[in-house]
Design a binder for this molecule. Structure first.
Ligand code: PEP
Length: 247
């Protein structure tokens, strides 16, 4: 495979500060295989409270690291929120936004996710913008209507230059146990690339990516990488995805 591949792990609400420290103590060389692979970018996205030990471990391994959310205002009366300047002090460069769990459990609206994406770009950081339909929306034939709404909300407020810097992550029906087939994932990623209007944008697929399905998904022409949840928590399963991609 000659295209550059992105392998991003979303730890979600897993791995405390101490567990993250322990992770890198127990597996100091865990990401070493990735280090000298110019065709691959590996990233880990941890809870805010684990960012410090993650940053130390990730810097040693030469991988990207980031947060899973941020608020768009730089400071003020926003109880419970974390700002971009706060994350910058941890050297965070990448931030996941609009994950399906943020949309469906915490009811984050399209407009808020769009504003967050714009603010992250204006701060010189990289947003990993997630979008995708729920199982119900797919089954009722609304996949493309929903995604068009989600994507347009953000594209409407970005310049074409900004839109080109976003890493897009298509994540359908997460948490339902049903995952898209490689052909379904490819169809949506291809359609998204056309809607975004830039053939060069990076589009990841997320949804139960593991060693057994990684190769097929990553071989699809419009899928540039994977956003991995569960399988990123254990070094063995994350490395299995890398092995599948290399093999
Ligand atoms: C996710 O929700 O970001 C995700 C891709 O999860 P999983 O790989 O566990 O389906």
């Amino acid at each position: 495979m000659s295209k550059k591949i992105y392998l991003y792990g979303n730890w979600k609400m897993n791995n405390t500060y101490r567990e993250t420290e322990k992770f890198f103590e127990e597996f100091p060389g865990v990401y070493e295989p990735f280090k000298n692979d110019a065709g691959l970018e590996v990233g880990i996205f941890a809870p805010f409270t684990s960012l410090w030990p993650l940053s130390q471990g990730a810097k040693k391994c030469g991988i990207v690291f980031g947060a899973q959310n941020v608020y768009y205002e730089p400071k003020g009366a926003f109880t419970g929120e974390i700002s971009i300047p706060m994350l910058k002090e941890y050297d965070v460069t990448h931030i996941i936004l609009g994950h399906s769990e943020r949309r469906h459990i915490f009811f984050e609206p399209d407009e808020m996710i769009a504003k967050k994406t714009k603010a992250v770009l204006e701060a010189g950081m990289t947003p990993v913008f997630c979008y995708g339909e729920t199982l119900e929306e797919r089954e009722s034939g609304n996949t493309f209507t929903v995604m068009e709404r989600q994507l347009k909300a953000v594209l409407d407020i970005l310049t074409p230059e900004e839109a080109a810097k976003v890493i897009y992550a298509y994540e359908p029906a997460i948490g339902t146990g049903k995952t898209a087939t490689p052909d379904q994932a490819e169809e949506v990623c291809k359609w998204s690339r056309e809607l975004i209007g830039n053939p060069k944008v990076v589009i990841l697929y997320g949804g139960s990516v593991k060693g057994s399905n990684a190769k097929e998904l990553l071989s699809m022409p419009d899928i540039d990488g994977a956003l991995v949840g569960g399988a990123s928590l254990k070094p063995a399963s994350f490395l299995e995805i890398y092995g599948a991609y290399k093999g």
